[in-house]
Design a protein around this ligand. Structure first.
Ligand code: GRF
Length: 223
């Protein structure tokens, strides 16, 4: 059992509601982490305001100032590594990461994706789910590997798709669940309960055949 909070770095591009969920969970004493820095590739990301309000260091690293993805990612790695995090948390960071970056943090890099992976990798997941006519949708927390949105899944949450849903009503329903499962996944990692190995995700030393899936209407009693 660790005695000090796990140092983490959070990368964002936008609203930062998932960052807020981590901050709130930490503030309630439920999440043993220390957010060392929040880095955004966009200066107008509202998540930067959220971080500053919580007294967390912020950095804006604009991709426009770099000639290539590799050059941007190299600088990003330098900034991250200077803070010595044990985990790098992608929370709406809207950039494809280079293979070098992903491999550097392999097993220490997680993302939240707004679909029940492996369904709907990539962008516009809510629109695509509605167009496909699925009855259930959701979100997934996964380790990041070089193949986009294909890394081993730690936890998912499922929501119903309702008659009359629009991409935004569906997104809101999914986001409520994102704010539940992301802090939970980070907590499990901070407690040393989750590891990524070559053959998948291990929880409490046991290989998970399939990830746990929380249902939207269950009370948050999971630990
Ligand atoms: C979330 O929907 C997340 O699943 C996706 O990007 C969005 C970020 O939202 N990866 P926010 O910035 O955390 O509010």
């Amino acid at each position: 059992m660790r005695t000090s909070p796990m140092p983490i770095v959070v990368l964002i591009s936008g609203n930062g509601s998932n960052l807020q969920a981590l901050i709130d969970s930490q503030a309630r004493g439920e999440l043993p982490v220390e957010i060392r820095v929040v880095i955004s590739n966009r200066s107008d990301a509202y998540g930067l305001v959220r971080a500053r309000k919580a007294g967390i260091e912020t950095i804006v690293l604009s991709h426009r100032d770099f000639p290539s993805r590799e050059a941007y990612d190299a600088k990003l790695m330098e900034l991250i590594d200077a803070r010595q995090p044990e985990l790098v948390v992608l929370a709406g960071f809207m950039r494809i990461l280079s293979e070098r970056f992903v491999n550097h943090y392999l097993g220490r890099l997680i993302n939240i994706h707004p679909s029940l992976l492996p369904a709907f990798r990539g962008l516009d997941t809510h629109e695509r789910a509605l167009r496909a006519g699925v009855k259930e949708h959701g979100c997934s927390v996964h380790f990041v590997t070089p193949e986009l949105d294909a890394g081993p899944i730690i936890i998912q949450a499922r929501v119903p798709v309702l008659d009359g849903d629009t991409p935004s009503t569906l997104a809101a329903r999914v986001q409520t669940q994102e704010h539940r499962i992301y802090p939970l996944a980070v907590k499990w990692i901070a407690e040393g309960r989750i590891q990524m190995r070559d053959d998948g995700v291990y929880k409490d030393g046991i290989r998970q055949e399939s990830p746990p899936v929380l249902e939207a209407d269950t009370v948050a009693t999971e630990s």
